[in-house]
Design a protein around this ligand. Structure first.
Ligand SMILES: Cc1ncc(C[n+]2csc(CCOP(=O)(O)OP(=O)(O)O)c2C)c(N)n1
Ligand SMILES: [Mg+2]
Length: 369
C-alpha cells in the first residue's frame, strides 16, 4: 500500500489534469457555503464557550472538507453515524443551524431537551444517528445497520465517521470484520486528523497508513487528501456506489489535521507546543475558494456577501438559542416510559418539592469534561 493520496484539486487550488468534479456549479457553490458556515459556526461557538455562555464545544477548524465532501455523497434514505467533530456534515445534510445551536444551549428547542452532551446532535429526520461519546461504539452499530439493510433489501446504505484514535477500539475490528464477511453496504470513513487528544498518529498505529487496515478485512482501503473537498466527495461517492451495487464495504482514510484543541476543555500547547506545523497553512476552505475562483464560479463580492449572510444567520440562531428557556424539570421524566413507574414518579415529586429550596443540583457547576 502506498502513501499516495487521492487528489482532485492541487494545493494551490488548480484543477488537476483529467479530474472532473462531476457536480454542477450550484452544487459546488453549495458545498463551499457549508464549509464556510461550519468554520464561522465553530468560531462563534468557541467564543460563546470562552464567554461562559455555553458549557462545552468541539471545534473542527481545518477539517471542513472531510465533513462536507462526505455528506454530499449520500442520499436521503442512507443512514449516517457521525462523530462528534463533524458539524459540516449536519449542515450539508440539511439540518437547520438553529437546531444545532439549541443543542449547545440545551434549551427547550433542543430536540434532545438537554439530555445529550453539547455537540452530540441527533436528527432522525435527516437520518443522522445520535452521536456516541465512547469512541468506536457506533462503528459496530453502523455495520449492524448495513447488515440489516442488506437482509431487508433496502436501497439505503450506511456510513460511519470516526477518527484515527477510533481505529484502536475493539469495535473498529468487530465492525470492519462483520461488514467485510457480510459484504454489508457500509462506508467506513476514518478522519485521520493525526491526533487523538494528546496521542499523535505514530503512537496510534504501527501500520504504514490507516487505509492499509482495510486489506485485513477483505475490503478496499483508499487514502484521500482530506483537505481536498472534491477528492473526498469523489472517493466517498464511489464507495457509496459500490455499497449500493451490493459489492460490499470500503474504508476511506481522509488525511487532514486537527488545528485546534481537542475540545474547549483541552490545551494542546501542553503536549505539542506552539507547533509551527506545515499543516496549519493548508486550509481546505481557501483551497476550494481558489479553485472556484479559477473556474469563474466565485468572486470577492460574492465572498463578502456570503460572509455577511452566514454571520447574520448564526447571530440569529444564537440569539434565539440563548433566549429560549431551559427544558422544564419534568421533561427529565418524559419520553422515557410510556407509563411512568412508581419509583420514578416518587423521584419526580421529590424534585418538584425540592425545587427552589437549595437542594437541586448547582446549575453553575463546572462542566465535567
Ligand atoms: C472508549 C473511550 N475511550 C476514551 C475516550 C476519551 N476520548 C474522547 S475523544 C478521544 C480521542 C479520539 O480521537 P480520534 O478518534 O482520533 O478522533 P478526534 O478527536 O481526533 O476527532 C478519546 C481518547 C472515550 N470517549 N471513549
Ligand atoms: Mg484524531
Amino acid at each position: 500500500m502506498s502513501q499516495d493520496l487521492l487528489q482532485v484539486i492541487s494545493e494551490s487550488g488548480k484543477a488537476l489534469k483529467g479530474k472532473k468534479p462531476g457536480l454542477s456549479a450550484d452544487e459546488l457553490v453549495g458545498m463551499y457555503r457549508s464549509m464556510l458556515q461550519t468554520r464561522l459556526l465553530d468560531e462563534r461557538m468557541i467564543n460563546l464557550q470562552r464567554q461562559g455562555r455555553i458549557g462545552f464545544y468541539v471545534p473542527s477548524t481545518g477539517e471542513e472538507a472531510a465533513q462536507v465532501g462526505t455528506a454530499m455523497a449520500f442520499e436521503a434514505q442512507d443512514w449516517v453515524y457521525p462523530s462528534y467533530r463533524v458539524p459540516g456534515l449536519f449542515l450539508q445534510r440539511g439540518v437547520p443551524i438553529d437546531k444545532m445551536v439549541a443543542n449547545c444551549f440545551g434549551n427547550e428547542a433542543d430536540l434532545c431537551l438537554g439530555r445529550q452532551m453539547p455537540v452530540h446532535y441527533a436528527f432522525a429526520e435527516q437520518h443522522l444517528v445520535s452521536i456516541s461519546s465512547p469512541i468506536g461504539t457506533h462503528i459496530i452499530q453502523a455495520a449492524g445497520t448495513a447488515m440489516a439493510q442488506k437482509l431487508k433489501g433496502d436501497d439505503g446504505i450506511t456510513a460511519v465517521m470516526f477518527g484515527d484514535g477510533g481505529t484502536s477500539s475493539n469495535d473498529f475490528h468487530s465492525g470492519m470484520n462483520f461488514a467485510g464477511v457480510a459484504r454489508a453496504p457500509c462506508v467506513f470513513l476514518c478522519t485521520n486528523n493525526q491526533w487523538a487528544i494528546s496521542v499523535p498518529q505514530e503512537k496510534q498505529t504501527a501500520s504504514e497508513t490507516f487505509a492499509i487496515k482495510a486489506a485485513a478485512y477483505g475490503m478496499p482501503g483508499i487514502r484521500v487528501d482530506g483537505n481536498d473537498v472534491l477528492a473526498v466527495y469523489d472517493a466517498t461517492k464511489k464507495a457509496a456506489e459500490r455499497a449500493r451495487a451490493g459489492d460490499g464495504p470500503t474504508l476511506l482514510e481522509l488525511l487532514t489535521y486537527r488545528r485546534g484543541p481537542h475540545s474547549s476543555s483541552d490545551d494542546p500547547t501542553r503536549y505539542r507546543g506552539n507547533q509551527a506545523d506545515s499543516w496549519m497553512a493548508k486550509d481546505p476552505i481557501l483551497r476550494f475558494r481558489k479553485y472556484l475562483e479559477n473556474q469563474d464560479l466565485w468572486s470577492e463580492a460574492q465572498e463578502a456577501e456570503l460572509q455577511t449572510e452566514l454571520k447574520a444567520e448564526i447571530n440569529a440562531a444564537v440569539k434565539k438559542g440563548e433566549s429560549a428557556p431551559q427544558p422544564s424539570l419534568e421533561t427529565m421524566f418524559t419520553d422515557v416510559f410510556a407509563n411512568v413507574p412508581p419509583f420514578l414518579r416518587e423521584q419526580y415529586e421529590q424534585l418538584v418539592r425540592d425545587e427552589g429550596t437549595g437542594h437541586e443540583p448547582d446549575p453553575d457547576a463546572a462542566f465535567p469534561l
